[in-house]
Design a protein around this ligand. Structure first.
Ligand code: SF4
Length: 327
């Protein structure tokens, strides 16, 4: 067993945080010590989360036709994809999706809008829907509605939203290579506003979009500093028509190593395996939990098909883990 990895892992398990130079050292090992990294990442997960694995599902309530130009995204109206034009889910479609999530035993349900901002009319609609989902259907609601301010977040919280999802996407340094229509700081400000509003923070990003190892380390420390409770890790699913449509997908072992190193860097935040899981990890997807993941997004993703919740629950049970589902 590599002594340096053991020393850093034992320090984390004892309750301290690894400093940046230690995480950089772990990243610098590449895949040479992968199995030791995974072994300890799993130990860290067990220490802080036990065997529980959280399961959530989402509905895209406003899909496509986005004014922004995120180069990885099928929903940008700037690119020639099948999501170029905006589509709205009806109130009934959203409520039915929440009911289906509840029937599947999923304890967290996310409503996600494409686009940069939330209009007053959309905010009013959510103020009508959120209490029904939270109180009548009886499922915990998260929201992702783009760049919003403190007052809007307080209204959403009052209506029943418990957690806000707003991904940083990538590092501050790499962001300008990926998005030109808004800046990184506006994303940080939204995350800080959600925290100030007392909402849980579901904040992560997407990998395999040309970022360097240094970008990944920067992002991990930015997320740690912001106090993210849950870190969704998405892996590029290249979409024809987008500028990253020809990017090669990430290799499974590279992803497992990355999940594990995020577990070392941010030991007490949940790590959710989100978009791109099936395409990128293929048969190794169940290993993500032994690399330190604590949560998964089940069912369909925003623009790509996922796996049935019952298949994911069975996978977790087969692994001896405890899916956090309502039975
Ligand atoms: S990631 Fe969000 S903001 Fe960017 S293009 Fe896609 S929907 Fe729009």
């Amino acid at each position: 067993m590599n002594e340096k990895i053991t020393e850093i892992a034992e320090k984390i398990i004892a309750g301290s945080l690894a400093d940046r130079s230690e995480i950089e050292e772990l990243f610098s090992l590449g895949e040479s010590e992968l199995w030791d990294i995974l072994y300890w990442a799993n130990k860290i997960r067990l220490k802080f989360f036990g065997k529980k694995i959280n399961v959530c599902s989402i509905i895209p309530a406003r899909l496509g036709g986005c004014t922004e130009d995120c180069k990885f995204c099928a929903q940008s109206g700037k690119y020639n994809t099948s999501f170029k034009k905006v589509e709205h889910s009806s109130d009934e479609e959203i409520l039915n999706a929440a009911r289906a999530a509840k029937e599947n035993g999923v304890p967290h349900f996310g409503i996600v809008y494409s686009g940069k901002a939330l209009s007053e009319a959309e905010l009013k609609r959510l103020e009508k829907l959120l209490p029904i989902i939270k109180n009548e259907i009886g499922i915990d609601v998260c929201g992702g509605f783009g760049i919003v301010n403190y007052q809007q977040l307080m209204r959403l919280k009052k209506a029943g939203m418990s957690r806000y999802n707003h991904n940083l996407e990538t590092s501050r340094n790499h962001f300008k290579n990926i998005v030109s229509t808004h800046d990184y700081e506006s994303r940080i400000e939204t995350v800080k506003a959600a925290k100030a509003a007392g909402l849980g923070l579901c904040v992560g990003g997407i990998f395999g979009i040309g970022e360097t190892e240094a970008d990944r380390i920067d992002m991990a420390f930015e997320l740690r500093q912001l106090g993210a409770d849950m870190i969704p890790m998405n892996f590029l699913h290249p979409i024809a028509g987008t500028p990253l449509g020809d990017m090669p997908t990430m290799k499974p072992l590279e992803i497992l190593r990355l999940i594990a190193l995020f577990r070392f860097a941010i030991p007490k935040a949940g790590i959710k395996i989100a978009g791109g899981r099936v395409l990128n990890l293929r048969d190794t997807q169940s290993w993500a939990f032994y690399a330190g993941a604590t949560s998964l997004l089940s069912g369909n993703y925003l623009t790509t098909a996922g796996r049935a919740v019952e298949d994911d629950v069975r996978m977790l049970e087969d692994l001896g883990l405890e899916p956090n589902v309502m039975k």
